[in-house]
Design a protein around this ligand. Sequence first.
Ligand SMILES: *Cc1c(COP(=O)(O)O)cnc(C)c1O
Length: 428
Amino acid sequence: MTDTPQDFGTLAIHAGTEPDPATGARQVPIYQTTAYVFRDADHAAALFNLAEVGYIYSRLTNPTVGALQNRIAALEGGAGAVCCSSGHAAQIMALFPLMGPGKNIVASTRLYGGTYTQFTHTIKRFGWSCTFVDFDDLDAVKAAINDDTRAVFCESIANPGGYITDLDAISAISDEAGIPLIVDNTTATPYLCKPIEHGATLVVHSLTKYLTGNGTVTGGAVVDSGKFDWSASDKFPSLSEPEPAYHGLNFHEALGPMAFTFHGIAVGLRDLGMTMNPQGAHYTLMGIETLPLRMEKHLANAKALASWLETHPAVSAVTYAGLGSSPYKERAAKICPKGAGALFTVTLKGGYEACTKFVESLNLFSHVANLGDARSLVIHPASTTHRQLTPEQQIAAGAAPDTVRLSIGIEGVDDLKADLDQALNAAG
Ligand SMILES: *Cc1c(COP(=O)(O)O)cnc(C)c1O
């Protein structure tokens, strides 16, 4: 054997998997089982004590899901990962060990619409709250953090697109405050951006998007860098003190850099039950094998179409951080040097009416509430994903009424251009 491979393309195919020990099967089998037979009573007890790593029940762990967890952890450069049932589940799973009633998070205003809603309304049911701040205003981010803040949350490349977060500047602030930075890396993928290298403690994903890559799976992941010192303050008692939910185990003391990951499985998945199914994990493992190839094609198509759209007479603006005209061009070169993703927004001179006509006139682009598919997709955020937001919030999130979002797929670029052109002409 050579040294542990480091190349992203190699890791995307090999990390976390080996030929099946039971059968030699080369591809990761779908372990479609709920439970696992214990060797004997001592083995069962050791598993429940986390003294031995193994399988008990598929709400907690499953070999197919485990292979995916290891592969994603390797791609992000993390110590461990926990997969779960969706991207939104991953966000709750990331916050759960950190939070408690009366505690808050500080999050960017530029977020996926569903995340904005989850953080504005739903987390209040747990007694948690969120303060939203413009993450380009570093003083405002600092000022929003108080003694009850337990995490800072942002997206690397923000959905609906065109905005890149200065992760180095934000992680310097969260470090100073002694709290973790959580980065949603869904729209960038670890191929384009490695948030842990820019100071993130936790990385969350919607696997539903580029990682699976063909619109077949709903899934999520939480990756832990393993670098945060949970015991440096009394802010994170679930990790640094005896955890009453797990017979008094001190996770940080017992498991070191794997404390967060094991807590996510032993308490988070056990009690919240947001488990990923093995079939979904298998699809995602296969999707990740081609992630580098797909991302290169997504990028090339997105760059070509964004530049062309910018010159189209029906278009007043294109927000894509890969364009020379983008205010985030230099930041993109630092945070995601291979490219700024394949998701961007286009503002039409004809306003709201033109947007809906444009969406309806497209043929190759599918009108769906998804992104990161091999197929090109379109949506009008103001009337769909960002509908729950006020007009001011829509504008702050980059989802103004005269704006459509494009998720550029990996089809032939000339066909995509022709489709966009005829729909823009039809929209007037
Ligand atoms: C889709 C998405 C989510 C939510 O993921 P689901 O898998 O749909 O729950 C969160 N963040 C971003 C950036 C997304 O694009």
